[in-house]
Every structure is written in C-alpha cells, then in structure tokens.
Design a protein around this ligand. Sequence first.
Ligand code: NAD
Length: 418
Amino acid sequence: MPADLAVVGLGYVGLPLARRACEAGLDVVGHDTDPAVVDGLAQGRSHVGDLGDRDIAAMTAAGFRAATDPGILTGARTVAVCVPTGLTPSGEPDLGPLTSAVRTVAGRLSPGTLVSVESTSHPGTTEEIVRPLLEATGLRVGEDFHLAYSPERIDPGNGRFSLRDTPKIVSGCTTLCAKHAAGFYEQLVDEVVVARGTREAEMAKLLENAYRYVNIALVDEAALYCERVGIDVWDALRCAGTKPFGFAPFRPGPGVGGHCVPVDPRYLMAHAAARGFSFRTLDAAREVLDAMPGHVVERARGLLRRTGTDPAEARVALLGVTYKADVADLRESPAYAVVRGLRAAGVRVVHHDPYTEDFAVDGVPVPRQASAREAVAGADLAVLLQDHAEYRSVDWDAAGRPVLDTRGTAEGHRVERL
Ligand SMILES: NC(=O)c1ccc[n+]([C@@H]2O[C@H](COP(=O)([O-])OP(=O)(O)OC[C@H]3O[C@@H](n4cnc5c(N)ncnc54)[C@H](O)[C@@H]3O)[C@@H](O)[C@H]2O)c1
C-alpha cells in the first residue's frame, strides 16, 4: 500500500510533521540520509527535543517507518521535503541538501503525487530550482503531479503553539497545485492560509524571520546605547512592553542562534544582492548582531579587571550554551563566538548547560561542570548566556562571584546586566 505521506528529512521540522500526520490517521513513512537518525528511530529513540521516545512509540504503533533507502518514497501520495537549508562555510546559502533531496524525490516521482517543499529558502526556489529538477522526469507540474511550497513555522520549545494550531501557509505552482496542498494540510492543521503563489509564501517565511532578526538587532543596539548613557535598558523594555498595541517585545542577548533567525535573512540578502538590491535594514541588523558576542567578551574582560582578575589568568563559566532557552540545539549558538573570544584573551572557559553533555569549540572541549552552582563557585566570573528555566532558581550571590547576565533575568548584588 503506498503511503499517504513521505517525509524527506526527519529533523526538527520533518519529525514533528510526521508525528502530526500519524496522529491525524495518515499512513506515514520517512526518508533520511543519516543512518544514525533512521537507526535511532527504529530503536524508538527521538533525537528532536519536542518529541519524546513515547511519541516515537506512538508513531511506530501507527505504522510509521523510516529508511535511508529512498525506495521507501515510492508511490507516496504526498512527499514533504524538510531538509536543511543552511549556509556554506563562507556564509552563503547552501541549497545542496535541498537539490539533492529533490533529485531523490524526482527519481521516485509517480503521476498524481503532491510534492510540498517545507524547507526555508529564497523566493523563486520552488519555481526556478525545484520545478525543473522534478520536470526533468518528463512529468509536468499541474498536469501529472502537483508542486507546492508550505513553509514550516515550528517553534522548538514553544509549549503554547504547536504545528496544529499555528496557521499553515500553503502555495502552489498552479491553482490546482495550491488546492491539492490546501486539501492535504487541512487534515493536519486548524487553519490553512493560501498564498497567491510560491514566491509570496517563500517571502512570507523569510519576512517572519527577518522581522525577528531586525527587532533583536534593535533591542541589542538599544542595550549598547543605554549602557553608554547610563540607562537601565531592561526597565525601559519592561515599561515599553506594557503597551497593548504597536509594540512587540524583544529582548537583548549575546547574539542570535539556531537554524533559522541568523540563517534565513542571509537567503534574502544574497537573493537581493544578486539582483543589485541592497537590503539595508538586514545589512545593518547583521552588523549589530554579529558584534554582540564580541561585546559580551569585552564586558566579561572589563568585569574581570574591575574585580582584580587578569583575564589571562581567569576562569570563566558560561551558563547556558544552547541557542535558545530550554532547547538542546547548539546550531549557530552565539556561545561559540563567545568561547572563541574569551579563549583569544587567554581565559580558561568552562560551561554548564542542562541540555548538553559535550560542548566543544573548534574541536577543543569546553569542560562541563556538574551544576550551575558548582560552575559559578569555581570561576572568577560567570556569564549567563541562556536563561534556561532551571537557572531561575539559582542564588547568584551565594558563591560571592561576579555574574554577567546577558538575558536580563538574574537578580543579585553581584549581577551585572548586559
Ligand atoms: N528548526 C526549526 O526551528 C525550523 C523552523 C522552521 C523552518 N525550518 C526550516 O526547515 C528546514 C529543515 O530544518 P530542520 O531544523 O528540521 O533541519 P535538521 O537538520 O533538524 O533536519 C534535517 C534532516 O534532513 C536530513 N537530510 C539532509 N539532507 C538530506 C537529503 N538529501 N535527503 C534526505 N534527508 C536529508 C538530515 O540528515 C536531517 O536529519 C530548513 O529549511 C529550516 O530552515 C526549521
């Protein structure tokens, strides 16, 4: 029996989609090129924070199976492509995994299939890159098969909104493609929003993350300005945040991380630049955001000096190194740049994070301390990089050490905020 849905790329996006489809009663299969992912799932293990092993057991009971062999895609009625769209080592958009996955799908494409791309990418990707690869089979979009773009909006660690109750944008290369896509996703989510075309849907997703990118840069720069002129930025933000309309609260921090916010705007910037358009708000935001880890390093060095410790002799404990609170994901975390900067100043760096076992930068492990308390007590300075829930109950003054709080959540006489 052909599957109702085949998910290609079983990561932070693909696995929750597969889970939701299983819940909705669909027959679901998955394909991932990483044998560790497929073997782990076969052994009932989830590698994605928002899903537990019990979810995998429920999916398996509902018939879900995954394979590295793309043969598992054959005949699937719908194929959702959820592979990474990251950056190359030189910081350029990397469409390698997407084009490779689409070629795999093309090799198994059968008439009547709906192919839906969920990976984030620049406007035109579906029409100009994905479509020709699929049509190279001789099958035609809108006639023999349907091609859609439906960006994933999943927010890892968000306990309030799930895939089901977050409106899903769908779009198609033709009106019929969009109709098929809407019909498919209506089985999984409460609300489907049909975009005018695939470019509008691609742009909508990039705008959502560009909005976060620019606003985080704005509050980061406000924090730098407030520090310069002696204003408590956290209090200013608390007050501004009471406005019930027209102001979306964002908080300063040590920089941005994860697979989306620092990455997606780069797709937009590169696409614009290739067309001679300079996306100035994004360029300015990038400049501010890229400088934040270095600013944290400078603040840490200044605090060490003020408390009589030579940075080159110091030991600094970083608390929370994942890119987001209460999420185990280290991708693009600003903690990497903070470690590099501190090490360059001769500082010995250790860390604590309830969500990591190992944390290494440039192949050199950053030793892990057993608890936040132990990390603070054994260091000349603690830097709170990520405000995981468990840190809310820490008595920051107990160890008598200075603490640099980059998240504005720690309280104490020895705490200094970004
Ligand atoms: N993580 C998020 O919060 C989030 C949110 C919204 C959108 N997105 C977008 O969704 C897409 C996927 O992101 P993710 O976070 O799930 O990535 P991920 O790295 O967690 O998972 C992607 C999976 O795809 C597999 N893969 C890579 N190349 C493949 C190929 N050619 N064929 C089959 N499998 C392949 C990888 O092994 C991996 O398991 C990206 O475009 C991302 O921008 C991510």
